[in-house]
Design a binder for this molecule. Sequence first.
Ligand code: NAD
Ligand code: ZN
Length: 238
Amino acid sequence: MIKLPLKNIFILTGAGISAESGIATFRGTDGLWNNYRIEDVATPAAFNKDPSLIWKFYFERIDRIKKSKPNDGHYAIKNLISASKNIHLITQNVDNLHEKAGIKNVIHMHGDIMTAFCPKCKKKYSVTRIKRPLPICKKCNSILRPNVVWFGETPLYLEKIYNLLTKSSIFISIGTSGNVYPAAEFHLIAKSSGARTVFINLEDTGIQSDIFFLGKASIILPQLFDKWISKGYIEFNR
Ligand code: NAD
Ligand code: ZN
């Protein structure tokens, strides 16, 4: 048995943490995502072909996210972060529910749906300040795009993320399917640098980890993290 103190923790979250707040995950039951095919709305080629359609899809998502509230899973992560040292939250989610739960400095590796930017002059905009249905850059008149990383594009902050991974003692993955790279191999990088790994998911993804909890994040995280916080350490078998 080995006891690791609550420090140097890397938390990776995916769509599963927000599912119970009413935000659809990618891989639902019928291969559609909010009634759209992913490849029709989440690629640069799709945007170049029909920016109005992409913006229709994103405005629907923005409006849904604006109305959604964090769930007990988001609040449990906030409590763990407040109780430990040197803990970093990296999310694949583009929603702002971690921030709504009170967490600052969330690393949004796939971007942030609440902002848009100009592909030409790079000016950034809050989505509350852009015109519907088709937002235009006030500086150079180009069509703005959502500030999200699409398929075929490089995720953000990778240098910082790899640096944090190699320094982590504990890697925690919550509600992510392990289908989207490079996030899908972050646990291997942490592990090869000596970290222990903890996975929480509603399905058994078959990914090898030191500890695995099967169930809903909103139920597992508050119990688990409260236990860790009261003990001050996490126990691993080896
Ligand atoms: P995914 O949709 O591929 O997988 C979601 C995972 O969460 C699944 O493994 C599922 O079993 C698990 N899950 C579902 N409900 C859960 C719950 N209540 N508790 C615990 N686990 C639960 O999502 P992904 O792995 O994050 O990767 C897909 C991509 O989807 C990312 O790039 C992300 O940017 C994008 N995405 C983001 C959002 C969002 O911002 N909320 C929503 C959909 C997709
Ligand atoms: Zn511009």
